[in-house]
Design a protein around this ligand. Sequence first.
Ligand code: ADP
Ligand code: MG
Length: 588
Amino acid sequence: MSKIKILSKETSELIAAGEVIERPLSVAKELIENAVDSGADKITIEISGGGSSLLRVTDNGCGIAFDDVPTMFLRHATSKITTGSDLENLNTLGFRGEALASICAVSHTEIFTKEKTASLGTHYKISGGVPGELERVGCPDGTSVIIRGLFYNVPARLKFLKKDVSEANAVSGIVKKIALSHPEISFSFIRNNEQEFITSGNGELYSAIYAILGRQFAASLIPVDYSYNGISVTGFVSKPLFARPNRSLQNFFVNGRYIRSFTCVSALEEAFKNSIMVGKFPACVLSINLPPAIMDVNAHPVKIEVKFSDDKLIYDSIFFAVKNAILSEQKSIEIGIENKPENDRFTLSYKAEISPPGEVFPTEIISQKSDDYKYIFTAPKPPEPPVAPEISPLAEEKTIEEIKLIGEAFLTYIIAEHGTDLYLIDKHAAHERILYENIKSNSEELKCQYTLSETAFNVTDDFITAASEFADDLAAIGYDYSCNCGIITVRGIPSILDGFDIETTFCEILENMSKHKNNPLPEVIDELYHTIACKAAIKGSRFTGSEELLRLAKRVLFDEKIRYCPHGRPVIFKLSQRELERNFKRIQ
Ligand code: ADP
Ligand code: MG
């Protein structure tokens, strides 16, 4: 007897609906995206009971004609594309024509809609996919879709829903994301009859952020505005000091669509590397605009995961955009910029490798041939444009006025005066960062220095594994050693570590390397540099001579890279003479 049969339309609709509609959040997302596509400039989202008892989305967009209303609830009914080739040039959020069909299959759905030019609107009901009444009614321009009893006919799904508060929070989360991606639309979110937030719809991303994420968050942001090979990246990233314990505040939008993307997250975090504490994450609201043809949004039924045809291009655009923003923020704590005339722009020709990105981050590339690049820099007004461009200008070249060492507090903080500012510098953090930069750019520091006698010590299996796995990298930083029967014998060490206990230092390095063995190599090497820099740096609470303190202060004040230690702790704080005078009430 044959066992295979075709499922009924109702059953196959329920199965198909399951792909798109998992939770109230998915319904909200689809309905809001339809409202955005309708050209509305005002969208209201209301929910009660976590969104499964009631969810209503109302817009003032184009509305739908009477005859189209029953059709729009059919699977693969869409006004947004006609043929497959239209997918190449999408500028709407929807295109699959299956959201409404899925939603109405698993709920009691009702719609009021009116086109601006029509004298009457339409009211239609459809429950569990079964059409109900269809009538002409008076109603406002635009569309209001009401969903009641979500999953009333799919008890299995209903069981998987979380508590009402959690479902409602998830809905609120997606409304926030979509509202951030469309600051030109005013979004209002009402939970259990109470308005939770409303955005102005004035087109300014900053006001949307302020309304949705609050004043404190808004105040912690650095603007990003960058164009790179036809891709523009605009928006905001959090200042390094405001890093978060998780990634929940990382928002990426591509052509107005909220997306999740590993490429975007990696580029953001790479740009923040060494400015942010380990284990903390930057926050961002970044809007990426690119030619639709280089992105495939049809990679996932809910259209949240996208594919880029050139991941590297997207990665580089975000990396440069963010790095540039962080660097200009760091520059702004540089001496006395505020009182100088408007920043001047100067151009210089420059030969540099663009990837992996070097130390200089152009605000704009003005011409590019093979590996020759011409950049435009935005920089504080210099006395003359530098003749021979230096990647990291040294103190001597940039010194305008004397730096005066006032002293040292608590054997830890250097106090220095420059122009009309006073600086407090954490000597260990500063030295650690300086060494880290030196090690990265100068192999001299890592030259092998042979020891007078060999040092042999027992180590655990993990360390032996790390010592053989990373043998080449350890040799490259200056270690000469061999492993035999659980014993490591060291004959040479990186010259920068001269004077440190050989066994302790090497074991510490091996321990860090074995912790990182699942990470990609650059991360391991970076960690290695961190460990060496931290070891070799002068320590807080210990005596340091005044010449050394002055040297540190100079380097910190004139090298923008030295703003955070390699683990993201700040290196420098500025107190201006004005601030002091204000505090002592000499001036208002
Ligand atoms: P898609 O958005 O992928 O086209 P949907 O099932 O979400 O598919 O919607 C089907 C069609 O119904 C849309 O293409 C659009 O023409 C129409 N529609 C849905 N919601 C609205 C709305 N709020 N305003 C105007 N038209 C809408
Ligand atoms: Mg849709």
